[in-house]
Design a binder for this molecule. Sequence first.
Ligand code: URA
Length: 310
Amino acid sequence: MKSELEAIVEELKRLRDDGVNYVSVSDETIHTLRQVSLDGNRVENEAASKESSSPVSTEIPEKIKSASPEEFDRLLKDEVVKNPSRSPTSDSPFGDPPAFTLPEGDKRARWEALKEIVLNCPVCQKNTRDGYKTVFGVGDLDADIFFCGEAPGGDEEEQGEPFVGKAGQLLNKMIKAMGLEREQVYIGNIMNWRPRLPTRVGNRPPTKEEMAFCLPYLAGQIEIVKPKLIVALGATAAKGLLGFDSCRTLREVKGIWHEFAETPLISTYHPSYLLRNDSKRDKRAAWEDLLKVMERCELPISEKQRGYFL
Ligand code: URA
């Protein structure tokens, strides 16, 4: 319950940060949801500490509960620093992130071995809905460009391939606009399963714990492909790869070169965001990020391409 509430809060904040202005949820509502989440946490922790011999203070301080929405995040962060038991990653329900050794051999053999590990991962299997698929990356193992999304959606868990739904169709168009085909890049996600909601309808962004669990599988794919650069699609992928506290909004980091696993990384808008938000300004902003990618990969750029969405 707690992680679902947290995820709803994250999604609402993400929409807001991405500039979506038609979701009528106020900061107060977000604030209330977080308090509900904290109260749930307190009840769970109290139950746990009754069974444990070392007493842990689980009371959420009154000053946090009654803080204004603006103050809330800052106070909560201080509290987590003071009391790490409050950290959502300290007792992940998914257990420790997986450790594995890739076999010696060529890229294809190493990739097949990692795919086998991921598709047979018990945690991935447990979290993948019955009758649906755990999703592993696809593409050219010698690709210069590694696109990284956040998590499979409904179409992806049905087909077992990343970015095959509407967002995938737009991603394909973006790749084509760069003068490439989908098969010439590599496409992966931070997550290998579709984050669960009580219903089949709708998506939620993955939680920190979910991403922390799956990240080694993505890092393994990056290690095998050794791309020239990574394009993180959307705020969740950027936060998952750069660290959750790396940015509050995607705007703070998009279009700027960073690094993940010694590989240059740039983040841009997620295709789903561009589909929801039909703004020429955002399309141009995303395209400018892709122009930077093309320049870094020394791809030919025509005058026509330079002028898209102007
Ligand atoms: N969105 C993602 O981030 N990844 C997918 O695979 C599909 C949609």
